[in-house]
Design a protein around this ligand. Structure first.
Ligand SMILES: [Zn+2]
Length: 387
């Protein structure tokens, strides 16, 4: 029997080499006269947004650009972007960049369109909407933010808070593999592993809305990501590998947007929040250890997807053995891609672990989706194994 479920995703997706330069025509019907582009200084210094901006100007749009987005965007940055967009009289919002730029753009479109207070919108389903027209253009292959109804913002010193609402899904997602050709190896590796985690956690999620559409997308995502992540890291100009990674990360994003992620992400947030480790690397550091913890109850699930990423694991018939090897192979893959593999490699020591374990417990929205119940002592033990 197929259980009841709901599935939401972005209204329209364009996948094409060079698509960003054609944004003005793809979005002509809803940009309005005064679009507002949200990005970060790295994108501007590389000039990745230039062709898109020229085309918008040529089409008669009066564009304003906000390019102050930083990793782990703080709340004050969202406020500054909203003020700038309001001053411009924005008629639409374009998020152009990594996950942080897209997350900020989503909230600018929401808060400007609805005039609601961000403090009333935190959490799941609390945003009231409507939002301004929204176009998202990812330049990394990892977060899948262009197809997720989620925006993660840092509040205070280190707390990660999320707004989760269908209003945050864009009218249009533009996937242009050419934008990702210049991504450095470590970023390609970490964001690629993050996308794999989205597919793995979405596939095995204990969420009541874990559904066959998400699982189908997760399988296809893992096929693309598993077959192309090494190529994308070691032959960075390979357009086909870049396209496969971008598509894989989008499919994984669609999967977990509807069958949400779990303990790997919950345990990754304190690493990112306190030690400013990039999101993808934070996930990679705890991934094998969380999978091993989960294997006592979830190996029947992991055994289905393990050979998709590592075809040689099809030879291992025992589900538990195959799932344990899956965790180990993922750890080996991260090392092979040149990522740091231990918490101590990113400046974390044993004395930090109790607070991290306690902080991880705040991620209840994620922990409830984990296949195995995970308490504070379990989190501590997992961090210790990852140290
Ligand atoms: Zn993630």
């Amino acid at each position: 029997m197929i259980g009841a479920f709901t599935f939401n995703t972005s209204q329209r997706i364009v996948f094409e080499n060079g698509a960003a330069a054609n944004l003005a025509s793809h979005a002509a019907s809803f940009l309005g006269p005064r679009p507002f582009l949200v990005t970060d200084p790295g994108i501007v210094s590389l000039g990745l947004q230039a062709s898109c901006e020229v085309a918008l100007a040529d089409a008669g749009h009066e564009l304003a650009r906000f390019s102050d987005v930083v990793a782990d965007p703080p709340r004050s940055l969202v406020d500054a972007a909203v003020d700038a967009a309001r001053a411009h009289g924005a008629t639409s919002v374009i998020g152009f960049g990594g996950g942080s730029s897209l997350d900020v753009a989503k909230l600018v479109a929401l808060l400007l369109g609805s005039n609601e207070d961000l403090d009333d919108a935190w959490g799941i389903g609390n945003a009231k909407g409507p939002r301004l027209p929204l176009i998202l253009v990812p330049t990394t292959a990892g977060t899948g933010s262009e197809v997720t109804p989620i925006s993660i913002i840092t509040v205070g010193e280190e707390e990660k808070r999320g707004v989760v609402s269908p209003f945050l899904l864009p009218d249009l997602a533009i996937l242009d593999p050419l934008l990702t050709l210049g991504l450095p190896g470590p970023v390609t590796a970490a964001t690629g592993i993050d996308a794999m985690v989205h597919a793995i956690e979405g596939y095995a999620s204990k969420s009541a809305n874990n559904n066959p559409v998400s699982r189908t997308l997760a399988v296809e995502a893992l096929k693309l990501l598993g077959a192309n992540i090494e190529k994308a890291v070691f032959t960075p100009a390979d357009k086909d590998a870049r396209g496969a990674m971008l598509l894989g990360s989008m499919l994984a994003g669609m999967a977990f947007a509807n069958s949400p992620v779990a303990a790997v992400h919950a345990l990754a947030y304190p690493i990112g929040g306190t030690f400013h480790v990039p999101h993808g690397l934070s996930n990679a550091l705890v991934l094998p250890h969380v999978l091993k913890f989960n294997n006592t109850v979830a190996s029947e699930t992991y055994t289905e997807i393990a050979p998709i990423v590592f075809p040689a694991l099809a030879e291992v018939s025992d589900a538990r053995a195959r799932s344990d090897l899956f965790a180990e192979h993922l750890a080996d893959l991260a090392a092979k891609l040149g990522l740091q593999t231990r918490l101590r490699d990113v400046g974390i020591s044993e004395a930090d672990l109790p607070k991290m374990a306690s902080d991880a417990m705040k991620q209840t929205r994620l922990l409830i989706n984990n296949p195995r119940e995970l308490g504070e002592m379990d989190a501590f033990d997992i961090y210790k194994a990852a140290l």
